[in-house]
Design a protein around this ligand. Structure first.
Ligand code: HEC
Length: 154
């Protein structure tokens, strides 16, 4: 009798405990979903927004198409530096879409308009790498999402 009582207490209390847990985790999940929505539209380049593989592709393009004017590692030559404090002070707080537009419509200066949107995001991934922003597991994709990411200062 005693052991039946004891196991009933265990069963009941485990039951209550897990109901409580389930309740708690579902409300956590709800809060998580609420939080996730504004965060998704408020990223900056201080978050990982490109991958290492993508910046490596960007570097290959840059060596061919950009460094002739912007210098080795895009540190500046006849074109301005595309890394470091001078570059970042001009672009901080602006959407990545603006940088994309600048590159897409005006660069390379001797062949403006020749890059496709994928090449532009790959080049920006390289610029973010050079400026010390972190790489992650997903790539920076061309399109409307670029307006949702802000360039961070350092
Ligand atoms: C023929 C020389 C030349 C080449 C090649 C060139 N650029 Fe430029 N770039 C310039 C000059 C000059 C400026 C400054 C005038 C301006 O902003 O348009 C500039 C400006 C820029 C800016 C704006 C910098 C700032 O701080 O506002 C970016 C970004 C840029 N270039 C990216 C690129 C990329 C990416 C490539 C390669 C696809 C490239 N450029 C190739 C000459 C060049």
């Amino acid at each position: 009798m005693r052991s039946i009582l004891a196991s009933t207490i265990i069963v009941v209390s485990v039951g209550l405990f897990s109901t409580g847990l389930a309740h708690e985790s579902s409300s956590l999940a709800r809060e998580g979903t609420l939080d996730a929505a504004p965060q998704a539209s408020a990223k900056t380049t201080a978050d990982p927004v490109y991958s290492d593989e993508q910046s490596t592709r960007g570097q290959a393009l840059s060596d061919k198409l950009c460094s002739s004017c912007h210098g080795d590692k895009l540190a500046g030559d006849v074109g301005p530096p595309l890394q470091g404090p001078d570059f970042l002070s001009g672009w901080k707080s602006k959407p990545v879409a603006d940088l994309s537009e600048k590159i897409q419509t005006t660069m390379p200066q001797d062949a403006a308009g020749s890059l496709n949107p994928q090449q532009v995001v790959d080049l920006m991934a390289y610029l973010f790498k050079l400026n010390g922003f972190p790489a992650g597991s997903s790539e920076l994709a061309p399109g409307a999402g670029l307006a949702q990411i802000t360039i961070a200062s350092k």
